[in-house]
Write a protein that binds this ligand. Structure first.
Ligand SMILES: [Zn+2]
Length: 431
């Protein structure tokens, strides 16, 4: 009886309230007021700006004097802050396990345990200012479960594009082994069926392998060309873990879209990449001294540290060449986006290294925002602070186009119009 009475009252109240509700704004309106909006495509910033957000998208951006904040809008003061698009990290493994003590402790991890660990890593990445990631190899479809959970609002994390499982020839740098064109086709189609928007293959060995060679090219022409054809016929791009010039030549011939790491790529390969618009995701942080502390922390064996150091020199020279030659570069770390590195996060350390290797601060900021958006084909939705885009916005204390190290001072993170971190609001301070 009590329930019936409450229901009846609620029904009556909603009838009375209906005309009022119809006049109220349909979507939550948020105004970020008084900050400086960085011009991500170059040019002068908008100083003392207002960014008006309706629901999950940006409605208006301009000088505060030109924008009327509607009554009832939630106002977030941004005076003295610089607003940049949410950062994007294009080489992430939320389920990452590396050789060493920390990785050894995870050998018996179940899928359920891994999914929960991945969710924690996703949340921490978002709080570090990373609003979009591309996952470049996860296990058993756990990444797609996580993506759906984030989209359904069940857990917090960045927008996810994923390549699903890493496909390799038997004995290659990964776990989903395939041999011959038919098996590669099946493996690629299986990932696409699960929701992959990329396919990741390993066309050479990796730093962490105990067998094979980084400079070998173990896939046959038939395997490689068929896999790329299958992906492209499904509107899915293909990226390759690759450190080998020989394997790079072969993959470029068959229309590869992107290379990860590129440790030993020579200038001829970089020139062809530039000409064909092929992307490079450098992950330079993993081979440079800032990461040594991390490898020691996770208990990496000596042979691994030696390989990192020797690969690091070629990797750095390759990155300098790629920047000088104007190869398309999208930021990726191969460490957790929030992983401490060089006194900041891996994501920010990666951007700083791009500047050290020859980019302007603006170019490095673009490599962390609009360039990945273009690479993903999502630049209509993310990558810029402009009307129509998702309200994925990060605030820092200084102008990152003057000094990229300003990204160390992230104090505010919004994704899709929701504030996930605001250090001036203690309830939302990142943990
Ligand atoms: Zn990786």
């Amino acid at each position: 009886m009590i329930f019936k009475t409450i229901a009846a009252i609620a029904a009556a109240a909603s009838l009375v309230a209906a005309p009022v509700a119809a006049q109220a704004p349909a979507k939550l309106v948020t105004a970020l007021v008084g900050g400086n909006v960085v011009a991500i495509d170059g040019g002068a910033p908008i100083r003392d700006a207002t960014v008006l957000i309706e629901g999950d998208r940006i409605a208006q951006v301009g000088p505060s004097s030109s924008i009327t904040v509607p009554a009832g809008a939630k106002v977030v003061p941004m005076q003295g802050k610089w607003l940049v698009p949410g950062l994007m990290n294009m080489h992430v493994h939320f389920g990452l396990k590396l050789p060493g003590a920390a990785g050894n402790a995870l050998v018996n991890e179940t899928d359920a345990e891994q999914a929960l660990r991945m969710a924690d890593n996703a949340r921490r990445s978002l709080l570090a200012g990373v609003t979009t990631v591309r996952l470049t190899a996860e296990d058993h479809g756990n990444d797609f479960a996580l993506k759906r959970a984030i989209e359904a609002g069940q857990t917090d994390g960045p927008r996810i594009e994923s390549a699903g499982e890493l496909i390799v020839p038997t004995g290659g740098h990964g776990f989903l082994e395939a041999d011959g064109p038919a098996e590669f086709s099946k493996a690629a189609r299986t990932q696409i069926k699960r929701g992959a928007s990329w396919i990741k293959i390993a066309i050479s060995g990796g730093i962490s392998d105990t067998h094979g060679s980084i400079s070998a090219a173990p896939m046959t022409d038939a395997e490689l060309s068929t896999l790329i054809e299958v992906a492209h016929r499904n509107g899915v791009k293909v990226t390759a873990h690759n450190g080998s010039t020989e394997a790079a030549k072969q993959a470029l011939k068959y229309g590869i879209d992107c290379f990860e790491h590129g440790y030993h790529l020579d200038q001829d390969i970089l020139k062809e990449m530039k000409a064909k618009g092929v992307w490079l995701v450098p992950t330079i942080v993993v081979s440079q001294p800032g990461a040594y502390e991390f490898y020691r922390k996770i208990g990496s064996p000596d042979w691994y540290l030696d390989r990192v150091a020797s690969t690091g020199k070629d990797h750095w020279a390759m990155l300098q060449n790629a920047i000088r030659m104007g190869v398309n570069i999208a930021l990726g770390t191969d460490q957790f986006p929030f992983e401490p590195n060089g006194g900041t996060t891996a994501t920010v350390a990666e951007a700083e290294l791009y500047v050290k290797a020859g980019m302007t601060p603006l170019q490095a900021l673009q490599a962390a925002t609009i360039q990945p958006a273009k690479m993903l084909g999502l630049d209509k939705d993310v990558g810029r602070i402009k009307p129509g885009q998702y309200a994925d916005i990060v605030a820092v204390a200084a102008d990152p186009t003057a000094d990229i190290a300003a990204l160390r001072g992230i104090s505010f993170v919004m994704k899709g119009g929701t504030v996930y971190r605001d250090d001036s609001d203690p309830a939302l301070v990142a943990q």
